[in-house]
Ligand binder design. Structure first.
Ligand code: SF4
Length: 344
């Protein structure tokens, strides 16, 4: 068995195991784990220094998850899905959800409704339908493999997807979104990198949320990908109690650049059911961007974006270019519509 598969097999998935590791009672964890699955690799769990710290908050279930009444699918991904597993929101880009599995089930996940569940419509016919749709839609020039985590697929499976996409002439760019460099760095093997190299132009966007996630193993994983000629970007989610602090975020962005990972987005938390305790207000994000701009390299300054509810797309926010009326932000979508947005 490959090392990374052994790490997954050895990860923590039950309330009893987690309770034992953290020296807490398993009782409150059980209903949470029945609703939203649990998985934490032992390496990631080992980054916790004390209860409630930024690593703990990201991976340990919190009873507040069950008290939150927001939307299961605020970005309307199901409506924007022409075939199962594909989201086609912007004309020239499509997101292919190739896996529902992840090395760690992040408690703040925007796809909390589906990660850890069986892949809807999985199987060969499903991949064929997606590839057929992309082939027939010549406007799609950029395909993003997402999930779950695409790198939880084995090399052969992943390669068959990449080869299928590369056989479509109008697909110019392939992107992979993965948190494995952070949560399962063992997955970034030399063999995987040799395979990925055959499918350029290929980009990887990873997902570091806190400077303590930049471990020696994560650095090595990113270096392997970068040495395979793969440009690396990072998407961070702005999370209360994790990184909602200009000093923490500045440190994270500077350290990412130092390991050849270009900060790409800071996401305002989506209005996803079960994640309200992570949401900051928009002013916090604007304060962080204000602290980054002009105080550190422009290359270390990502876009701060809100993914507008109702499938209206990502909207970048700058401190001096947004308006607030009462408790409502007025934002302009990529289609030019004015979108009203409220912190809930
Ligand atoms: S790795 Fe990504 S998709 Fe998986 S649970 Fe975390 S945020 Fe969600």
């Amino acid at each position: 068995m490959e090392t990374w598969r052994r790490v997954i097999a050895d990860s923590i998935t039950t309330p009893e195991e987690l309770a034992e590791c953290l020296d807490i009672g398993p009782g409150p964890l059980a209903p949470l784990v029945r609703r939203y699955p649990l998985r934490i690799t032992r390496r990631y769990l080992g980054l916790i220094e004390k209860p409630g710290d930024p690593i703990w908050r990201q991976c340990v279930p919190d009873p507040l998850e069950l008290l939150d009444d927001q939307f299961p699918d605020p970005l309307d991904e199901e409506r924007l899905s022409p075939v199962p597993g594909l989201i086609h929101r912007y004309p020239d880009r499509a997101v292919w959800l190739v896996s529902n599995e992840c090395a760690v089930y992040c408690r703040f996940c925007m796809r909390k409704r589906r990660v850890g569940c069986p892949l809807a419509g999985g199987g060969e016919g499903f991949w064929d339908d997606v590839l057929h749709y992309i082939k027939e839609t010549s406007a799609i020039r950029d395909v993003i493999l997402s999930g779950g985590d695409p790198l939880l697929l084995g090399d052969e499976h992943l390669e068959s997807i990449l080869a299928g996409l590369r056989a479509i002439p109008h697909v110019e760019i392939i992107r992979i979104g993965t948190r494995t460099p952070v949560t399962l760095p063992e997955r970034i093997t030399a063999r995987l990198c040799r395979m990925l190299k055959r499918y350029h132009p290929l980009y990887v966007n990873t997902h570091f949320n806190h400077p303590r996630e930049i471990t020696p193993e994560a650095i090595k994983a990113c270096a392997r990908l970068a040495d395979a000629g793969i440009p690396l970007g990072n998407q961070t989610v702005l999370l209360a109690g994790v990184n909602d602090d200009p000093a923490v975020m500045t440190h994270l962005m500077q350290q990412l650049l130092a390991i050849r990972v270009r900060p790409y987005y800071i996401h305002q938390m989506d209005l996803v059911q079960g994640t309200g305790h992570f949401r900051t207000n928009v002013e916090t994000g604007l304060e962080i961007i204000g602290a980054l701009r002009g105080h550190t390299s422009g290359m270390a300054t990502p876009y701060y974006v809100i993914d507008a509810p109702g499938g209206k797309g990502k909207i970048p926010l700058l401190p001096d270019a947004v308006e607030k009326w009462g408790d409502t932000w007025l934002l302009r979508s990529f289609r030019g519509e004015i979108v009203e947005y409220r912190d809930r």
